[in-house]
Design a protein. Sequence first.
Length: 268
Amino acid sequence: MLIDLNGISRRKQGKEIIKNVSWKINKGEKWMLYGLNGAGKTTLLNILNAYEPITEGDITLFNMKPGKMGYSADAVRDNIGFVSNSLMDRFQDGEIVLDVVISGIFKSIGVYQSVSPEHIERAKQSLSNMGMSSFEQQYYGYLSTGERQKVLIARALMGNPQLLILDEPASGLDFIAREDLLISLDKLYNQNSELAVIYVTHFVEEITESIQKGFLLKQGRRFMQGDIQNVLSSETLSEYFNRNVIINKQNNRYSLFLKEHNIAENEI
C-alpha cells in the first residue's frame, strides 16, 4: 500500500476543509479524483504531497508516518511525480525542452547541477515515452499547452515515482490536444503497470478505460469511492450533484448530461 488515509481531517482558520476522509491507494492503481470547485481537492493533494499536515486522523505515506523515524516531507515527495498547471508557468520560455525534463531528477526549476550522460539518456527516453522525442532541442516557450503538459509529465517521471499525480492535465486544451494527451497517457499507463496514478479532473469525459477506480470528493468529505463503473453511474452522480443527470458510456468513454425536465404549466 502506498497511501493510507484513515479518517483524516484538515482544519484551517477554524474551518474544516477536509472532513473524516479515508482512502487507500495501492501500487499500480489508476484513480480518478473528482470534485467541484471548493470540494477540497487542492488541500487533499497538499496533504498527499506532505505540504500540509492533518489535524485529525491517521496517515501513512509510502510506509512513513509523520513524527516517526525516517519520515520527512522530502522523503514523501521522492515517491511522487506531481504535475499541475501552476508548475507550467514556472519554467522560462527560453529553456530547452530536454533541460526541463532533466530538472526532474533534481526536483528543481532549471538545471544547476552536473548532468551525466545517463541523465541525458533517461530524459530522452522519458520524452520518447510521451511521444515528444522530436521536441527535445526546442524551446519550452514555443510549445503548445498540450505539448508542455507532456514535457512536464516526462519530467515528473524522471524520479521514478511510485505515484503520479496529474492535477487537471487537460485543462485549457482543445479537443484534439486533449485527446492526444489522453492517448499518450494511456500508453504511459500500459508501459508502467506498477505506477499508481491519481488523475484529478472536473470532467468525466477525460476518464479513459485505463482509469479503473474513482474517488468523489464533496464539501471536503468522501462522497463515494470504488470501481469506476459504480462511481460514474447516473444514480451516484445524480445524488452527488443533487440534480438529475445521465451518464452515458460509448467506446469506453463517459459523457455527462443534465436530464431534461419538463416544467408543468403551473410552475411557469
